[in-house]
Design a binder for this molecule. Structure first.
Ligand code: NDP
Length: 263
């Protein structure tokens, strides 16, 4: 039996065990996936030894620390400095970021030429990196200036709320935590309404609730999707890295969506 875990703080709300165990159950494998709340990300390496883990997912607030403690960091995880998936190879821990390709897969073939990302945190970094890699012209809009430096270095257009001159973007993505536990919009209403009015699709990374950003998009009849498919696809891609199961990614995604429906 192989054991996998998700590390975070808080982590009690995490649906990752449900998603990954649905795959193990379908395959009749004895492998299991658990969640573990940590006070300190430094403990991740020790936990791998103590529990004899084969792999793990990492969530808030340890993704950056996880990138530091891996022996090797692959692909987009190295660009953004954030790891959400660790695979053990012998004594070595290899870090990946499946949030970024998971987000891309969740777009289901929609490849925006222009994208506006609201927010400049860890999720914004992952999304900006994959959108840029896939050929989108990306602009990042954030409340404050400090976190925009990373995106400027990546060669992207950046703006704070004060300096923002709205333009036309096919995709507008909210990666801020505005709307997660409050009723706030991720940016001032007038410019936000203006960019949504010109967009083809709105995307909210939060899932499980209708946020003010989603409500605003619906108000103007703009198609909007929430973060559920991104959650599922990052898990599908992590599972592929963990165990390379003998079923397709689409079949895994279907199993995971079904598991969430049963909640
Ligand atoms: P971070 O803490 O790294 O970044 C938060 C960002 O939100 C910052 O840019 C911050 O701006 C901005 N922000 C916070 N509050 C407000 C507000 N009231 N108004 C405007 N901007 C605000 O967060 P993460 O990137 O780790 O996570 C962001 C969201 O993504 C969370 O809601 C999380 O649940 C979700 N998520 C979803 C996933 C999925 O699979 N669907 C995967 C990962 C995350 P400033 O710099 O000015 O402080």
């Amino acid at each position: 039996m192989r054991l996998f875990a998700i590390f975070g703080n808080p982590v009690a709300h995490s649906l990752s065990p449900l998603l990954h165990n649905a795959v193990f159950t379908r395959l009749g494998w004895p492998d299991r996936y658990i969640r573990e709340r940590l006070d300190d990300g430094v403990a991740i390496r020790k936990c791998f030894e103590t529990f004899g883990l084969s792999g793990a997912n990492i969530t808030v607030p340890f993704k950056e620390e996880a990138a530091q403690l891996c022996d090797r960091v692959e692909g987009v995880a190295a660009v953004v400095g954030a790891v959400n998936t660790i695979v053990r190879e012998g004594d070595r821990l290899i870090g990946y970021n499946t949030d970024a390709p998971g987000f891309w897969a969740s777009l289901e073939g929609f490849a925006p030429k222009t994208a506006l990302i609201l927010g400049a945190g860890g999720t914004a970094r992952a999304l900006a990196a994959i959108l840029k890699e896939q050929g989108s012209a990306v602009t990042v809009l954030n409340r404050s200036a400090e976190r925009l430096e990373f995106f400027r270095h990546l060669g992207l257009a950046v703006a704070t709320w004060e300096a923002f001159a709205p333009s036309k973007y096919e995709l507008v993505v909210n990666t801020t935590s505005a709307g997660l536990t409050d009723q706030e919009l991720p940016a001032p209403k007038a410019p936000l309404r203006s960019v949504l009015g010109e967009a083809t699709r709105a995307y909210e990374v939060i899932y499980g609730r209708e946020t003010p950003f989603m409500a605003l998009a619906r108000e103007i009849d703009l198609p909007v999707q929430d973060g559920k498919a991104m959650l599922v696809w990052q898990a599908v891609l992590a599972q592929r890295l963990f165990t390379d199961p003998p079923i397709s990614n689409d079949e895994m995604a279907k199993l995971m969506f079904n598991a969430m429906e049963l909640l």
